[in-house]
Design a binder for this molecule. Sequence first.
Ligand code: UT7
Length: 340
Amino acid sequence: MLKSYIKGIGHFVPENIVTNDDLAQVMNTNDEWITERTGIKERRHRRDRVHSDETTATYAFHAAKKALSMAKMSAQDLDYIVFATLSPDYFFPGSGVVLQDLLGCKTIGALDVRNQCSGFIYAMSVANAFIKSGTYKNILVVGAEIHSFGLDFSDEGRGVSVIFGDGAGAVILSATEMEDHGDILAVNMHSEGKYAEELVVKFPGTKYGWSDRLLTENHGLTSKEIYPYMNGNFVFKHAVTRFPETMMEALDKAGKKVEDLDMFIPHQANLRIAQFVQQKFSLPDEKIFNNIQKYGNTTAASIVIALSEAIEQDKIKRGDLVLLSAFGSGFTWGSVLFHY
Ligand code: UT7
């Protein structure tokens, strides 16, 4: 039976550290509020927020090189790319094709996944299906974001802008029949589109217009359309309900119990959400990994950066049972349960 296992993993974050105090210099916020409400102490932003050679695909490139190196593979060995991001290099084409070129892969398929905070879960689920069906053998699965270019750093945007950060992570998911290799045991994905506008960037898009409005002298665009909007309390309440549901669904499907888990990595949206889930399932501290304190919320990149760091720090070992779960814009949510 074909199994899908993580052969290599890596992550990349830009060097530029932005602390809560740095943000307090440009907007009406403070370290105490951010720390208390979110757990975040600092995040990474690309050096030049507006124009830069650093794009989402270049961050993904650095992460992918590390994953390839760990897997002892070259870009030529890859059969397919799945690229999860909400902040692509272009409106179109997607960042997957940019990465295909940067890495010098063959003319393999490159799929972009648009599922925001759940992007990496959706991307892994798609890659797993391709591997289990025998379609592809080695798939590069990426979660990468550059948020800092498109956030509102005025007082009006403070409820959102303090949360998000930049970074990327990549996994090589490979087909194997070896008994001592890991496998993905269960996946699930969900959506509830009636809440699309509770966490949204409205412009550009076919609903709210694009070139017609940009070219009009008084285009009437509001900051609520061009910057991310989040109904924070509403999102929070849904997150703490959906996280336990999707986690239990994955465990039940694989016939596992919470106690069987060696590590749980939640999407790094808010430390309070992660702590709520940890308490609900009575998970000891060593069975949950959070790094939102250092990187903020990097949406599609958050889980894979955390997974990569946890492995780097030897907190996850080969054979361990690991659960990844996410909730976010869409709303979308889901989980991936696997043996590493
Ligand atoms: O990754 C995708 C999924 N996202 C999530 O899961 C995020 C879920 N939501 C959250 O994490 C929280 O709702 C936030 C951290 C975003 C906000 O925390 P909150 O406790 O829900 O705060 P709030 O929006 O209700 O705002 C409380 C107060 C307001 O002031 P008043 O009206 O009480 O005077 C805000 O204006 O805090 C104020 N506030 C700030 N104060 C200082 C909002 N942002 C800031 C800020 N600094 N950055």
